[in-house]
Design a binder for this molecule. Structure first.
Ligand code: TXA
Ligand code: MG
Length: 338
């Protein structure tokens, strides 16, 4: 049975017993277990239906715990944590030999992050040990950004959902590979590439995701998660160009339906949908940050309403816009492939 609780103390007790606790972070909700309890971490993979070759992120209360999970902390990783943690950044560093290999899917590196949500941080402090936690969705689905969506994903599969305020960022953390000299952004998030380059005083490359991206072995080895289906709601997702960027509403694969057909479609973007197109459900977001925060919840609302296609307006790829476009492309690729 899954319990929903506000008690950080009870949640820490569940972790101590080797149980699974879903909890809020500022990015999305996570599904946690004691990172040093291999059997508990294995249950995370079973609960999510997650392929065992996709490593988890280890969550820390503070940088003081780094030495327990990392064999060493390269200068780039230290600088990024100093600048952006607690916050939506994850650094990939060489793994401590004592950390169970199930956490890192057998890799010699570990992804670590210090979140910034009052409830996750209270839990990590109360538990006092590193917590392995992927996002709290079933594998391939959009991450939950509130406790209700977490319950829908994981009811009956986890021991407890620790309830807190919805995630403020709404998209998963920026993941930066720091185990070698040249840092690489494996997944864009709320900490933008430009801010990372500025802190490091280095140009920082990002690996290409999505359809057509070169699946070089080295890239796959750096970022196992990119091989898997991701972030896809049950409805089809289509990206529409911003008005002004393109004269008409031509899209990568098709056009926005007009009149009656749009009545079973959804729309989300920064601009209002074109006048004359009546969507069943539409959401105009006041800023890219609001778009990021609302996106996964909008996907879920559309699913619940049995909406067939969700049209998502493209945004400029700076700031959080790069993360929005990354998730939209993955969702569009995953839903069109079926
Ligand atoms: O915001 C977040 O990062 C959320 C919250 C809960 O903290 N967590 C999250 O975890 O998004 P997850 O498991 O859904 O995504 C982790 C990503 C995956 O793409 C995984 O492949 C990558 O990080 N990753 C984990 N360990 C890695 C490693 N050692 N090397 C390269 N990539 C790694
Ligand atoms: Mg995930």
């Amino acid at each position: 049975m899954t319990t929903v609780s506000d008690s950080v103390h009870e949640a820490a007790e569940v972790l101590r017993r080797g149980g699974l606790v879903a909890f809020p972070t500022e990015t999305v909700y996570g599904l946690g277990a004691d990172a040093f309890d291999a059997a508990a971490v294995e249950r995370i993979f079973a609960a999510k239906g997650r392929p065992s070759d996709n490593p988890t992120i280890v969550h820390l209360a503070s940088a003081d715990q780094l030495a327990r999970v990392a064999a060493r902390v390269p200068a780039t990783a230290a600088a990024l944590l100093e600048a952006f943690a607690p916050g939506p950044i994850t650094v990939v560093v060489p793994k401590h030999p004592d950390l169970p290999s199930v956490v890192t899917a057998g890799l010699e590196t570990v992804a670590v992050r210090i979140p910034a949500h009052p409830v996750s941080n209270a839990l990590l402090a109360s538990f006092g040990r590193p917590v392995a936690a992927p996002s709290a969705n079933r594998s391939g689905r959009p991450s939950p950004t509130d406790w209700q969506a977490t319950f829908v994903e994981l009811d009956g599969r986890v021991d407890m959902i620790l309830r807190g305020a919805p995630s403020m960022v709404g998209l998963e953390s920026t993941v930066v590979y720091c185990a070698e000299d040249e840092p690489v952004i494996l997944r864009p998030g709320a900490v933008p590439a430009a801010a990372i380059a500025e802190v490091l005083g280095l140009p920082v490359s990002a690996i290409e995701h999505g359809p057509g991206a070169a699946a070089a072995d080295s890239v796959a080895a750096h970022s196992p998660g990119t091989r898997h289906r991701h972030y896809a709601p049950a409805a089809r997702v289509q990206i529409v160009q911003r008005r002004g960027e393109q004269e008409d509403t031509q899209m990568s694969s098709g056009t926005i339906p007009t009149g009656q057909r749009a009545l079973d479609c959804g729309y989300i973007g920064l601009e209002a949908p074109s006048p004359g197109i009546r969507f069943r459900l539409s959401m105009q977001c006041p800023s890219p940050e609001a778009y990021a925060r609302e996106l996964y919840g909008f996907f879920r609302t559309c699913e619940d309403a049995h909406i067939s296609t969700i049209y998502c307006e493209s945004v400029a790829e700076d700031g959080i816009g790069a993360a929005i476009m990354d998730r939209l492309r993955r969702a569009a690729a995953a839903t069109s492939a079926e």
